[in-house]
Design a protein around this ligand. Structure first.
Ligand code: CR6
Length: 837
């Protein structure tokens, strides 16, 4: 009875000590407790890694407390919730970030110290969680940090890949891929929820049955897999709120395969069950191309089905009427990858909850929002053949959605079949397929671009027809990055300096306050301290470079960095050609002129998708050029070239704060946003960049004088491409700038060896072959001018420091807090829900 219940509650309460304590002594006790009972080592002998594990568990306990309180609070107050659906999250390391967001960094450092350990060394033991490819995935991670910090009632959903993004090994200058079995050493940041499981079904047939006198479709699936939840607490900064990132892992269904068992085929039944686990095994390593593979489709549906069952269960616990769904639930599609969700919600509402089609569609159109992350017109497509086999009922639903949509369109635009064909969700042709972007646009109430320039292209090119029909859907949400991760965690020196001169740490929650640094623009002490911070970061980076590549670099040199995925459109090749040109110039200089040269360390890093041959050749060329130049004793410290292997989040945290100059070279109109530029900006590194993606807005914010802009503008690109093509027939070397031709010839003729191997790479920028689609030839001159301007500015360290300060001061707008607040207010319509202390 009630009395019994109360007695039990009181007893439980009396057993509780209250919340875990965060003073250094309590932390030490907890660390030692975990050394002994979690890691099972002796408290008298444990190493740095074991100290990491014990501290991680100590922090995890504290995260769990807040995480619980937050969820109880959300449950009680029943706010509208946002569900952020993404197939990729690049979380990187968690320890430092958690400790900082919990506000216990000093206490943890002291606790470790007294046990004979150093926080930095211990934190270095942690491996990266790399469940994503590049910008999109790291953006998701920054946005989760902002959602938690701004107290939004949000959950993230993703997949718990057992193999994250491959590790890049360089052998002899060539990229090799090694599996990233990141769970090998355990993962203290996740909580396995063995009771939170859902069955996910595949294959089978669709049948029609009579139900209450009406015909109803039912899907009779052929295969069942189980999804198990793993929860990853995401702590906010300066708040008790700790939200959840729920990642799904596939397990064989607990329903035993009876038939095989009965026929005595025990071994095969177990082997079949194991196949289920392969679904969430490995992340696809391409960040811009989609191949329409069955396993990828299976991953997408597995993710969608498990997440939506979870979301609907939570909704139904609190509500009985689906009309309330749009008031209580916002579903966000992070790119097209999770957009099967649309068909799945329709299936749940129509087939399982027995709502009428039109009513269900009405609801569905009010709950989805969508962000596209690409400038590419040819988006993700799913071959109908695959769907028909794997998800037969969903294919029917997609056809019906499309039929209704096209009927509506016929009423609006008439029988203009070529236009209708462009709008159609179904692409007819050699390979009939579902256009995921069209599906997402038709159903979402908001379609977001990731920069102003991107939105403009969506409106005028990529989705021009849809824009004409639904202009109100299209919105710009310029990307942002978290200043917690990209200054506070990765650049503690700069953090202290900023806080000292602003007289507050409030900028960690409100990045607009960074503009206050402008007040000290001419203060000599401020300049001195600013330069000192950069110097220390350069030292840290120089040590890393020497350890990784054996190259010793001078701290007086300008550290010039280009780190990002390797892509033709990002034009790492332009950078390398510039380096070769610089080398040529140095070789031709007399002693006197050489004395005036700004020494450079050119740092390049990034992964190439395993099947992307040209990108792999770019990596090899980078190594070949480095080998030649670094071993030329005549050049010495004036020019060094370094390739940093296995670029990932934790490497970025080291490289970005140590950079003087960073390069963002995409041919205008190709980078939807870019977020690396923002991270460098926040770290006082000057940008050398094209007017592409979000860089256009950075220029707006800090002024053209505070960075080095070059190259064709978006509106010029198309014209130049046309011009090149009209020159196509005769090879016209005269049209190619002399410097460019010379550099190209050196690579082609084997000056750096491997001329056969580099041939196809050279051809991408030659007439009659690749036709230089990305316009390296025509941008080269302007690129060299920008480089010269950077050299000139660097000589005047006073001016350089001012530009650097103004970069950080102008970076507030590029905080993911601003992005998330904008999404919350104008797209998701959710309000903060702050858990009381
Ligand atoms: N590759 C864009 O290319 C953008 C991020 C995040 C990308 C990049 O310009 O900054 O998304 N697109 O919005 C995709 O991944 C499809 C990316 O990271």
């Amino acid at each position: 009875g009630l009395g019994e219940h109360r007695a039990k509650a009181e007893r439980m309460f009396s057993l509780m000590d209250g919340f875990l304590k965060n003073d250094p002594i309590s932390l030490q006790k907890d660390i030692l407790h975990h050394v002994e009972y979690t890691v099972a080592r002796s408290r008298f002998s444990f190493d740095d890694f074991e100290a990491y594990q014990a501290l991680a568990h100590t922090v995890r306990d504290r995260l769990i407390e807040r995480w619980h309180d937050t969820h109880i609070y959300f449950k009680r107050t029943k706010p509208k919730r946002l569900y952020f659906l993404s197939l990729e999250f690049l979380m990187g390391r968690s320890l430092s970030n958690s400790v900082i967001n919990l506000g216990i960094e000093d206490q943890c450092a002291e606790a470790l110290n007294q046990l004979g350990f150093e926080f930095e060394v211990v934190a270095e033991q942690e491996g990266d969680a790399a469940l994503g490819n590049g910008g999109l995935a790291r953006l998701s991670a920054c946005q989760m940090d902002s959602l938690a910090t701004l107290d939004y009632p949000a959950w993230g959903y993703g997949l718990r890949y057992e193999y994250g993004l491959f590790r890049q090994i360089i052998v002899d200058g060539f990229q090799h891929e090694k599996p990233d079995y990141w769970l090998n050493f355990g993962n203290p940041w996740e909580i396995e929820r063995i009771h939170v499981t859902y069955e996910v079904k595949f294959y089978g047939t669709v049948e029609e049955v009579e139900m209450n006198g009406e015909k109803q479709k039912v899907w009779i699936p052929g295969e069942t897999v189980e999804a198990v939840a793993y929860d990853n607490p995401i702590p906010g900064y300066g708040t008790r709120n700790t939200i959840n990132l729920r990642l799904w892992a596939a397990k064989p269904s607990s329903k035993f395969d009876l038939e095989a068992y009965n026929t005595g085929d025990y071994i095969n039944s177990v082997v079949n069950r194991q196949n289920a686990e392969t679904i969430s095994n490995v992340l696809y390593p391409d960040d811009r191309s989609h191949q329409g593979k069955e396993l990828r489709l299976k991953q997408q549906y597995f993710f969608v089905s498990a997440s939506l069952q979870d979301i609907m269960r939570r909704f139904k616990e609190e509500h009985t009427n689906f009309d309330e769904l749009p008031e209580k639930v916002a579903l966000h599609l992070n790119d097209t990858h999770p957009s099967l969700s649309i068909a799945e919600v329709m299936r749940m509402l129509v087939d399982e909850e027995h709502l009428g089609w039109h009513k269900a569609w009405d609801i569905v159109c009010k709950i989805f929002s969508f962000t596209t992350h690409t400038m590419v017109t040819d988006g993700e497509k799913i071959p109908v053949e695959l769907l028909e086999n794997l998800l037969p009922r969903h294919l029917e639903i997609l056809y019906e959605i499309n039929f209704n949509f096209l009927e509506e369109m016929k009423k609006r635009i008439g029988l203009d079949y070529s236009r209708l064909a462009l709008l159609s969700i179904v692409e007819e042709g050699a390979m009939k397929s579902i256009r995921m972007a069209n599906l997402a646009i038709v159903c979402s109430h908001t379609v977001n671009g990731v920069s102003k320039l991107h939105l403009e292209k969506l409106k005028t090119k990529t989705f021009k027809d849809f824009y004409g029909l639904y202009p109100e859907k299209f919105q710009c949400k310029t990307n942002g990055v978290s200043q917690r991760r990209w200054i506070v965690v990765s650049n503690p020196g700069l953090r202290d300096l900023i806080s000292k001169w602003l007289g507050t740490e409030a900028w960690i929650r409100d990045a607009d306050l960074l503009s206050g640094l402008r007040d000290h623009l001419d203060n000599a002490d401020f300049h001195l301290e600013w330069k000192m911070v950069k110097k220390v970061n350069k030292m840290r980076l120089a040590e890393y470079i020497e350890a990784m590549s054996g190259v010793k670099v001078s701290l007086d040199a300008m550290f010039d960095v280009q780190v990002k995925r390797i892509h033709e459109y990002k034009r790492q090749l332009l950078n390398i050609f510039g380096i070769i040109h610089r080398y040529n110039c140095l070789k031709n200089m007399d002693k006197d002129s050489r004395r005036k040269v700004v020494p450079r360390v050119c740092i390049i890093g990034g992964k190439a998708a395993p099947g992307y041959e040209i990108a792999k050749k770019i990596i090899k060329l980078c190594h070949a050029v480095a080998e030649k130049i670094n071993n030329d004793t005549d050049i010495g410290d004036l020019l060094k070239v370094v390739f940093i292997p296995d670029y990932n989040v934790s490497v970025a945290e080291l490289v970005i704060p140590g950079a003087d100059l960073s390069q963002h070279l995409s041919t205008a109109g190709n980078e939807a946003s870019g977020t690396g530029n923002m991270k460098f900006l926040m770290n006082g590194c000057l940008l050398l960049a094209t007017a592409d993606g979000s860089t256009v807005e950075i220029i707006e914010e800090i002024g053209e004088d505070n960075l080095f802009v070059f190259g064709a503008k978006v509106h010029e690109v198309e014209k130049r491409r046309q011009k090149r093509l009209s020159n196509l027939a005769p090879l016209q070397p005269a049209k190619v700038p002399l410097h460019f031709a010379r550099v190209l010839r050196m690579v082609r003729d084997g000056y750096f060896g491997h001329n056969d191997y580099f041939k196809s790479l050279c051809e991408t920028v030659e007439f009659g072959f690749g036709n230089d689609y990305y316009l390296l030839t025509s941008d080269f001159g302007s690129y060299l001018e920008a480089q010269a301007a950077a050299d000139k500015a660097f000589v005047n360290q006073d001016k350089w420091t001012r530009m650097s300060i103004l970069s950080v001061a102008g970076s507030g707008r590029f905080s993911s807090d601003r992005t998330i607040q904008d999404y919350a207010e104008s797209t998701w319509k959710i309000s903060p829900c702050r858990c009381p202390l």
